[in-house]
Design a protein. Structure first.
Length: 529
């Protein structure tokens, strides 16, 4: 009996560690059901969807698959025209997807689709636009770079007719710009191949003018920047021999470029000469930026999908991805981050991976018989003389709305926010006579401004979807809708438009259905790219 005490004590000590491990985010095969004939090139995370694009090898047509708020993937009907999607970007619930479409004479033309209100619409490209190579999107607008190094601005549902003007005595050669990232509608960076010493591999976009940027490091002759990203106070680019959709091998170790006074390059021991870096994303806060790179490497037998992750100013760690059978996962070509613990990566053969907290295991499939104290499985029928209590009705809390005034700095702290009248629904109107009560679902609300984002923290009493609408002097400057969040502490970011912070934040909490438990327990990070 004495031996049982240490054993029980050890089990009790190990239980919290096991629980923490179960709650830790990890790379999960999303198993989206996308046909293996679809090679995905890029992914973007909108407020209400995850969007993956590429090409169906079997039909030679563009492919687009969208994961909705219900967590299910569905293909977008695009017709039978030949072509492919190359890139996609999202901001809020809007998105832009670009690629090529083949004409009857065999020539290729630009293909651009825009998403608004959950629907996709074909957008006429400017006559001067060549084949698209990259796209970026912000709340203020977007841009597309093409195969001749031009950058076209997109705003209010249409493109400007002419590309951005180039500034400088030396004009860059008309080489492709394969990577594009924006910090505003007319500010950002672009990267691409350097054909000679008069052309830079890096383009700076400031106030709508493009100019060649300086680099303080030399690029190995076999490599070129292929992707770039802006976020968390960093501007970075990843290089490779070619865009990964155009090559399947590697012979030179890739590197990460970082923009300071000039672009500088650094390699990492975890990325060897047989590694390909295909796409890059940045997330987190300026105090703790997270850089993520998607690609693959040769493991001695085959090319295996890999993710490189760097937190802060440390070194990269690499994670090789294997399928359920232990085989190498297909190469990854695109990556997008909604937060440090909410990352999506896509690749060949319909591969979709999600870095997140694993969903909770299903509840035990057994019930207790009140008369005998024993258990029965769902396939067993309780004895006829067993008294079965009537199920208690499950009350579903009504949606709540909280309005919070923000100070001049965009901050607020409300320990117990007061809810307004319940939000009316299509099937159950709000009770006009119900008294206004303190919020039952949301407590401990705090809002602070961080750059052009509001960082919102609060406690949820039960799983719910949360909608945020921020206004400045009555004008909507931010809108954000989450998926189902689990009960507990929540921390997320709401990006807003403009330089001045919002003056008011409205929050609607919609309780989840009884069988929805939410996406992740404990601290839940932002889902904004």
């Amino acid at each position: 009996m004495r031996r049982a005490v240490p054993i029980l004590l050890a089990a009790a000590l190990l239980a919290p560690a096991a629980a923490r491990a179960a709650d830790a985010p990890q790379w999960l095969d999303a198993k989206p059901g996308i046909p293996r004939t679809v090679d995905l090139r890029a992914v973007a995370v909108a407020d209400d969807a995850v969007i993956a694009v590429g090409r169906d090898r079997a039909t030679g047509t563009p492919a687009m698959d969208v994961r909705g708020a219900n967590g299910k993937w569905a293909a977008v009907a695009l017709g039978t025209a030949k072509g492919e999607f190359i890139d996609v970007a999202a901001a809020g619930t809007a998105a832009l997807a670009v690629g090529t479409t083949k004409q009857p004479d065999g020539s290729d033309l630009p293909l651009v689709l825009a998403r608004a209100g959950g629907a996709w619409t074909a957008i006429a490209p400017p006559a001067a636009m060549k084949l698209p190579r990259a796209v970026a999107l912000t709340f203020e607008g977007g841009a597309v770079s093409d195969a001749t190094g031009q950058i076209f601005v997109f705003h209010d549902g249409a493109f400007e007719a002419q590309p951005l003007a180039q500034d400088g005595a030396t004009t860059r050669k008309p080489d492709p710009l394969d990577g594009l990232a924006l910090s505003g509608a007319r500010d950002g960076v672009a990267v691409g191949k350097q054909s000679d010493n008069t052309s830079s591999a890096f383009i700076s976009v400031k106030s709508g003018t493009a100019s060649q940027a300086l680099s303080a490091s030399s690029e190995p002759g076999a490599l070129q920047p292929v992707a770039t990203a802006i976020g968390a106070g960093l501007t970075v680019a990843a290089d490779s021999e070619k865009p990964c959709r155009e090559t399947t091998t590697a012979s030179t170790a890739p590197g990460l470029w970082t923009l300071g006074q000039a672009w500088t390059r650094a390699t990492d021991p975890s990325a060897t000469a047989d590694s390909r870096w295909c796409d890059v994303a940045v997330t987190g806060d300026p105090s703790a930026p997270v850089v993520l790179v998607a690609g693959d490497r040769f493991d001695g037998a085959a090319r295996v999908a890999a993710i490189w992750r760097r937190e802060g100013s440390g070194t990269f760690s690499r994670r090789d991805l294997l399928d359920d059978a232990g085989a190498a996962a297909p190469p990854l070509l695109g990556i997008a981050a909604a937060g440090p613990d909410d990352v999506w990566a896509v690749g060949d053969s319909g591969a979709v991976w999600h870095y997140a907290v694993p969903p909770p295991p299903p509840p035990p499939q057994q019930t207790t018989s009140p008369s005998s104290g024993g258990t029965t499985t769902p396939d067993q029928t309780p004895p006829a003389d067993s008294a079965q209590p009537d199920p208690e009705p499950q009350s579903q809390p009504e949606p709540e709305q909280v309005d919070v005034p923000l100070d001049g700095a965009g901050n607020a702290a409300v320990a117990a926010p007061v809810a307004t009248a319940p939000v009316a629904s299509a099937t159950r109107p709000a009770r006009k006579t119900a008294p206004v009560q303190p919020s039952r679902m949301l407590t401990g609300l705090a809002v602070r401004r961080h750059g052009r984002r509001l960082v919102v923290t609060f406690m949820l009493r039960a799983p719910a979807r949360v909608i945020f609408v921020a206004r400045r002097n009555g004008r909507v400057v931010a809108r954000r809708t989450t998926g189902v969040l689990r009960a507990g502490r929540v921390r997320l970011r709401v990006p807003f438009r403009g330089n001045r912070p919002p003056s008011r934040l409205s929050i609607v909490v919609k309780p989840a259905a009884g069988n929805q438990t939410g996406s992740s327990p404990g601290d839940q990070e932002a889902r904004n790219k």
